[in-house]
Write a protein that binds this ligand. Sequence first.
Ligand code: DOR
Ligand code: ZN
Length: 350
Amino acid sequence: MTQDPITRLTIRRPDDWHLHLRDGAMLEGVLPYSAAHFGRAIIMPNLVPPVVTAEQAASYRDRIMAALPDGMSFTPLMTLYLTEETDPADVARAHAEGIATAVKLYPAGATTNSASGVRDFDKVRPVLETMAEIGMPLCVHGEVTDPTIDIFDREAVFIDRVLKPIRKKTPDLRVVMEHVTTQNAVDYVRDTHKNLAATITTHHLIINRNHILSGGIKPHYYCLPVAKRETHRIALVEAATSGDKRFFLGTDSAPHTDPAKLQACGCAGCFTAPNTLSCLAEVFEAAGKLKQLEAFTSLNGPRFYGLEPNEETVSLVKGDPVDYPERIDTGAGPVTVFDPGFPLHWRVEG
Ligand code: DOR
Ligand code: ZN
């Protein structure tokens, strides 16, 4: 007996376990798109200057809540930007007082506003040990910054050179490998049964490196870690749609204005907040795994972070192609919305 295709899917309200909201006019412009679909999000701390202390995280959270339009509900889960000067006591206080949910590790120079990140990983050992003790997760941008390492290999090399030694020295530390882009990372997470999970972005499930570089350079597809070859994208789709509890959504929606993207040295980041759920429904449907969408967007993340799934639900309804803006106007300038390259048929309701 053949089953009727699913045309309506109701799932717990999703969360975004990796999100850039920026600040000021950009924050005001982009926040409503995330709040429309997501209950909570892990907020990246790579502002200029970065969000390093508990006090700075509390005041950034206040600015996010002040920018939230009336009638919308959204819970920002704050992170602290790890530097070589970070005080373990301040991290413990931020955690105990519910100000920060996680700490973010940027290797210095790896990506946007990462100059204050970590160069010598031994210098942050006391912070990592405190975090292991109190059960506070470390979110990791997993790329080495060694200029001699090819940019397409930086994630795989990071696992061997940095992540494995950190996890060996601090096995109780709970680690999220963020925005994984390679089969190597998927395999590493799958082979590890304790204290390790990974987020996967929407865009890395859709584009490979050809999309960026073939037939003309596409700056709006440039992000970090850069998309890899197709075999890696397929591995990511398999992991995301597998139901494996160690993989969950972190969109890494990272708005930059068009002038900042479209220049000789353009910024890294894809802005996916407005159409992420519609994109994901297409990806999961194409994989024949629509029923696993809820685990990826709404269940696995809270489970890792020790939170309950959201009580509310959203429905995805299949129909005529969905309209979404090509770009949005923010007070900071225009921001182009991620173009998946195919029509989106799944509309988000609720
Ligand atoms: O593409 C990216 N954009 N990757 C990152 O790691 C940072 C982000 C940003 O902040 O723009
Ligand atoms: Zn990011």
